[in-house]
Design a protein around this ligand. Structure first.
Ligand SMILES: [Zn+2]
Length: 96
């Protein structure tokens, strides 16, 4: 059985009150707070995951084309993956 990825992608940072839509270039998108939630499963089959768990986030919705995307909250902790951060540190230590 094919399941969605285990972890949601890292959220992009909060853009602005009136961000530019990446799909149609329209300036302006609605903004809605979404609390963190667990994975979504089918009501009649709890073994079938239809969406992975999502962190606390801001949901953006383009008011022109309807494209939807999520952004990190202003008070969100840094979202740099731990492995990359560690590699960066090692690089800097090697150069000094
Ligand atoms: Zn759009």
């Amino acid at each position: 059985m094919t399941q969605p990825p285990a972890a949601a992608a890292v959220l992009p940072p909060y853009s602005a009150l009136e961000p530019t839509c990446a799909k149609c270039g329209w300036i302006g998108a609605t903004l809605q707070y979404r609390p963190a939630r667990g994975p979504l499963v089918l009501p009649w089959n709890h073994n079938r995951v239809v969406d992975v768990a999502r962190p606390e986030r801001l949901a953006r919705h383009c008011t022109s084309c309807g494209y939807h995307w999520d952004e990190a909250l202003l008070d969100a902790p840094p979202t740099v993956p731990a492995a990359d951060a560690h590699e960066g540190q090692a690089d800097e230590e090697g150069r000094s």
